[in-house]
Design a protein around this ligand. Structure first.
Ligand SMILES: Nc1nc2c(ncn2[C@@H]2O[C@H](COP(=O)(O)OP(=O)(O)OP(=O)(O)O)[C@@H](O)[C@H]2O)c(=O)[nH]1
Ligand SMILES: [K+]
Ligand SMILES: [Mg+2]
Length: 441
């Protein structure tokens, strides 16, 4: 039997132990399994209490079960849900009892959503939104994912695709006429007008963008600087917990330490790195190498320095702020900040931290944009819209030289939008997209 025709099951809720765990099944065997374990098929879509028993009639758990006959289900197939107590032994017994049925197997990551997609329950942009929603850490990420899940980009793309096909029809009609000699100029003129409008509309969506993708990936802020200036002390303050070891010993931090922060709804990853200096210790050398590499890749570097002797500079092109630490020890500031924005803090005492954090929020606002974010949240989506715009532009350019050429470009544009929606030619990308999903989703 093809894996696609098998019935799949998975733990759809979080890691056990938990108060309640949800085990989900989808496929033709779902009814046999739910009836087998619960004693009878429950009334569709009604939460039903049942004592679940295995094939030897041994009780497994006192549970709530739900039965969703297809196609009116999340995946479009028959779906069964078991709400059991979330103990490891309960779940192990459930999985054994379920897997004992023929043609029932554990689901691959994202396989439920993939089946929903294949059964037309959602388009590919909505599936991507669903994945983003599950992984959203901050409020802004959640709102963006929800917009995507609601199909805003998908709706626009469907509309664009239909209009491209309508413009094609006009041009194709022109081609038919041209056999008789004269191509009616008003047909071509009208098609051209439609294509120009589409081109401008999609281009506008592309222009206001970058923000959505950034919101999905988050902003990376690296704390760098010489040894012992208080980098780890600062990251602990920002994280409000002891993520990094602090000690008076220079060269304490060697690995790159990362924390995820929610700064006013913006997802920010702050990284603490090894103090940058010349050293003979090969382990510390490796730490310094990593520190430089991560600072170079970051979106913003907080270059930490001793207040008494501040020299900013990591030599990279990354935006950099000079943060003078330990102002509790020093009265007079020396050293050149140069053109870098400057902050004065005591990471240990907390002085100046609220100003630094406020400035970080401001930076995040500029970086992510203050708008609600755009329709595009992935490079895949951006690339396909870009292709669409290019095809439309070529269509406009060549329409005078031959209607066939223009029609071909419009077909390409419609094809790119079809791929965006997951309607055509997508097997390869489906594997990539759904692999990133959680098991049980
Ligand atoms: N007085 C004072 N001491 C501080 C301040 N911030 C950090 N320290 C102290 O400075 C020493 C070094 O702090 P760390 O946070 O380990 O410095 P680091 O830059 O991470 O050091 P490396 O990882 O070794 O590069 C510790 O003894 C801290 O307690 C501060 O604002 N004021
Ligand atoms: K240290
Ligand atoms: Mg450190």
């Amino acid at each position: 039997m093809h894996p696609r025709d098998q019935t799949i099951f998975a733990l759809s809720s979080g890691r056990p132990p938990s108060a309640i765990a949800i085990v989900r099944l989808s496929g033709p065997m779902a009814e046999s399994v739910i009836a087998g374990l619960a004693g009878k098929t429950p009334v569709p879509r009604l939460a039903t209490r049942a004592l679940l028993r295995d094939s030897n009639h041994q009780p497994i758990d006192d549970a709530v079960v739900l039965w969703f006959p297809g196609p009116a289900s999340a995946t479009g197939e028959d779906v069964a849900e078991f709400h059991v107590h979330g103990g490891r032994a309960v779940l192990a017994a459930m999985f054994d009892a379920i897997a004992a049925f023929d043609n029932v197997r554990p689901a691959e990551p994202g396989e439920f959503t993939r089946r929903a997609f294949e059964n037309g329950k959602l388009d590919l942009t909505e599936a991507e939104g669903l994945d983003d929603l599950i992984h959203a850490d901050t409020d802004r990420q959640r709102r963006q994912a929800l917009r995507q899940l609601k199909g805003l980009l998908g709706d626009r793309a469907r509309d664009w695709r239909e209009r491209i096909i309508a413009a094609s029809a006009l041009i194709e009609a022109g081609i038919d006429f041209s056999d008789e000699g004269d191509v009616p100029a008003e047909l071509i003129g009208s098609a051209l007008e439609k294509i120009r409008a589409l081109h401008d509309e999609i281009k506008q969506v592309l222009a206001g963008q970058g923000l959505g993708e950034r919101l999905r990936d988050g902003l990376v802020v690296a704390i760098a600087g010489p040894p012992n200036v208080g980098k780890s002390t600062l990251i602990n303050q920002l994280a409000k917990r002891e993520v990094a070891i602090v000690s008076p010993h220079a060269g304490t931090t060697r690995d790159v330490i990362e924390v995820q922060l929610d700064l006013d709804g913006y997802p920010v990853t702050v990284i603490d790195t090894a103090g940058i200096r010349e050293t003979d210790d090969p382990v510390e050398q490796e730490g310094v190498r990593r520190a430089r590499a991560r600072a170079a890749e970051a979106d913003l570097v907080l270059w930490l320095a001793d207040s008494g002797d501040a020299k900013a500079g990591h030599g990279g092109a990354t935006p950099t702020w000079l943060v003078r630490n330990k102002i509790d020890l020093v009265r007079t500031m020396t050293g050149e900040g140069g053109s870098y924005p400057e902050f004065r803090i005591s990471a240990a005492r907390g002085d100046g931290l609220s100003e630094l954090i406020a400035a970080l929020v401001g930076f995040a606002q500029d970086y992510f944009g203050t708008s609600e974010g755009g329709l595009i949240s992935r490079t895949r989506q951006r690339g396909l819209l870009q292709e669409t715009v290019e095809s439309l532009q070529r269509g406009i350019d060549v329409v005078g030289q031959g209607e066939e050429l223009a029609a071909e470009e419009l077909r390409r544009a419609a094809f790119s939008l079809g791929r965006l929606l997951g309607r055509v030619d997508v097997e390869d990308i489906l594997d990539v997209i759904f692999r990133e999903f959680c098991v049980g989703k």
